[in-house]
Design a protein around this ligand. Structure first.
Ligand code: AMP
Ligand code: MG
Length: 334
């Protein structure tokens, strides 16, 4: 009888231990030119490995770091790309093609000319812009067996996709290590791994492009939620606002009627590349792109504060308190 009681007591203890939520571990780091908030539930060593992974990616992909593979490529060196960088370059080129060049990983000379890399903002002359555009064109770049071919003068920059790629790799790290819950906020890129430890989906706020708070919330599990917006980096001159996303077809900051674009889907690199591209494309072209493809949904905020969402997130999207008056329209497939 006593043995049964002892067994029951230890079973109760075991059940209590099992129902304890996994411990929350967080870190804030500065990497890839932004502040990142990392949250992992369970094994703390995974949080440390996540940080190392981000720093390693940054050192390999940075366009300015002399140690990086991209820097070496841009300096004209013949570089044996790591498998991972080659895979990212390949994915990025596919998104460039998919968006008909609205994403263009060779647009960097223009980003520099407008001063977005240094903060010394300026409006370049038309001649300078057309001269620089001669070296812009992702379709002249190819990757075969890890070897990159790019014409001399072409500069690669993976800044529009690197954080999304990092999100995918962080999600893979957690899966490999048996961590079921994590949330990574990588400066405008959110990677939600699994669900909240209580089993409910993550609730991710989308920033109001005209203010400092969140205008909407999306519920997401195992998803990337990536926002691009003109408000992230811009300057004003003679009453005109110039944002950091360049339209590769003009060499000028994109003006598409959108204030921000959020892309939600299972693949971080795709969501990141698309959010930048869609900011350039504008609503109508982006809706065509969405209708022709699967694997992502979009939240658009227009310059006139209208909100459009694609139908896949109709049930998981809600306007935040205080924003219920925003006009919300749902875009359907057909
Ligand atoms: P994101 O924050 O992901 O939207 O990426 C924006 C960054 O990508 C900018 O700060 C530029 O460095 C770079 N960029 C700007 N315009 C483009 C473009 N059309 N295609 C690819 N990269 C771009
Ligand atoms: Mg992007």
């Amino acid at each position: 009888m006593r043995r049964v009681a002892a067994l029951a007591a230890s079973l109760a203890l075991l059940l209590a231990a099992c129902s304890q939520p996994p411990e929350r571990h967080t870190a804030t780091i500065f990497a890839m030119d932004t502040v990142m908030e990392l949250t992992v539930y369970g094994d703390e060593s995974v949080l440390e490995d996540a940080q190392d992974m981000i720093y390693e990616l940054e050192s390999r992909l940075s366009v300015t770091g002399p140690e990086s593979e991209i820097y070496a490529l841009n300096s004209g060196a013949s570089v044996d790309l790591s498998d991972d960088t080659a895979a990212l370059l390949d994915s990025a080129l596919q998104i460039c093609a998919m968006t008909d060049g609205a994403l263009d990983i060779t647009v960097y000379p223009l980003v520099m000319a407008w001063g977005f890399t240094t903060g010394d903002y300026r409006v370049p002359e038309e001649d300078e812009i057309s001269g620089l555009l001669e070296n812009v064109g992702y379709d002249a770049v190819s990757v075969t067996d890890g070897a990159v071919t790019a014409p001399p003068g072409v500069t690669l920059d993976l800044g529009a996709v690197a954080k999304g790629w990092a999100g995918d790799k962080l999600a893979a790290l957690l899966a490999e290590r048996g961590v079921e819950s994590g949330l990574f906020s990588l400066g405008g890129n959110i990677q939600a791994v699994g669900n909240n430890p209580d089993g409910s989906p993550w609730r991710v706020g989308i920033r109001d492009p005209f203010g400092d708070s969140y205008f909407a919330v999306v519920q997401a599990s195992d998803a990337a939620i990536v926002t691009s917006g003109g408000y992230e980096r811009y300057f004003q001159q003679d009453g005109v606002t110039y944002c950091h996303i360049i339209d590769p077809s003009t060499g000028r900051p994109a003006v598409s009627g959108l204030a921000s674009v959020t892309v939600i889907g299972g693949q971080g690199v795709l969501c990141d590349g698309l959010s930048t591209a869609i900011y350039v494309m504008g609503l109508d072209r982006a809706v065509d792109l969405w209708r022709e493809n699967t694997g992502f949904d979009i939240v658009f905020v227009t310059d006139s504060r209208e909100v459009y969402i694609t139908e896949g997130i109709e049930d998981s999207f809600s306007l935040a308190d205080g924003y219920e008056d925003m006009e919300l329209k749902v875009i359907r497939r057909a």
